[in-house]
Design a protein around this ligand. Structure first.
Ligand code: SAM
Length: 233
């Protein structure tokens, strides 16, 4: 389906629901056609932004992995309407796509064809200027281009604190590196949303999260019924 057909489908099936309005509005604005089936996962993110706003949590918000900006756009719309005053910091390689897989990212089946791995890596490459343009209505969004974790150095003040982190980088190493970097910088009651925790295509995200959970004691860890998981610091 192309973007218009997806939006028409939605208008027939689900019009009037605040979350779905925003989900499909952001899908159309960013041209993220491949995200047609991410409604369930992004609902956790929508609720997490609501939690931050309702509790008035201090600190900035972070997204690791934005691709064309679908989830960023969804969050930014909610934050703008609430007159939120922080910075939404987005980290991605943009034109680089996914970083290289490690052994933890290999599935039991598949992944033996190097051209398939390269195709997957390139699929998630995006155009920095195009993403910047689509997010222009939200001047509180700061795009940080580079590889995780190196890009974190120098991008943030040393005393930076965060209320919400959306981790959507698919792979083991950047997931683990992001958790190690941001978890100690979260405010009490802050949330980390793990988009790929239950993914069978990208098993490294769960491996990294479970490994990290062996070293910390969060207030709560909830696995959603369809892929994403939420960690309450
Ligand atoms: C599944 S996409 C993100 C989807 C996005 N949240 C959305 O709403 O469509 C994964 C993203 O992670 C980024 N990524 C993966 N590994 C990375 C790394 N080591 N450093 C920086 N970006 C990385 C890719 O460039 C890609 O944009």
């Amino acid at each position: 389906m192309n973007t218009r057909e997806i939006v028409r489908y939605y208008e027939r099936m689900a019009g009037g629901n605040d979350y779905l309005d925003r989900y499909f509005g952001a899908l159309e604005a960013t041209g993220s056609t491949d995200n047609f089936l991410k409604q369930n996962r992004f609902f956790s993110l929508y609720q997490a932004v609501g939690h931050v706003l309702k509790k008035g949590l201090p600190g900035d918000i972070v997204e690791c992995g934005c691709w064309k900006g679908h989830s960023t756009y969804l969050m930014a719309g909610l934050l703008k309407e609430a007159d939120w005053t922080g910075t939404l910091r987005v980290f991605d390689s943009f034109e680089g796509g996914l970083s290289d897989k490690t052994a933890e990212d290999r599935r039991l089946r598949g992944d033996t064809d190097p051209t398939e791995t390269e195709r997957q890596k390139q699929k998630f490459a995006s155009d920095f200027d195009a993403v910047q343009q689509v997010l222009a209505p939200y001047p509180f969004v700061a795009l940080h281009k580079g590889w995780i974790p190196e890009v974190f150095d120098g991008a943030l003040p040393s005393d930076a604190r965060f209320s919400l982190v959306h981790l959507d980088v698919d792979l083991y190493q950047p997931t683990l590196d992001s958790l190690r970097f941001f978890y100690p910088r979260m405010v009490k009651g802050g949330l980390i949303v793990l988009d790929d925790y239950g993914s069978t295509t990208f098993p490294g995200s769960r491996t990294a999260t479970d490994e990290f959970l062996g070293s910390v004691t969060p207030t709560l860890f909830l696995e959603g019924h369809l892929q994403s998981a939420v960690l309450l610091v």
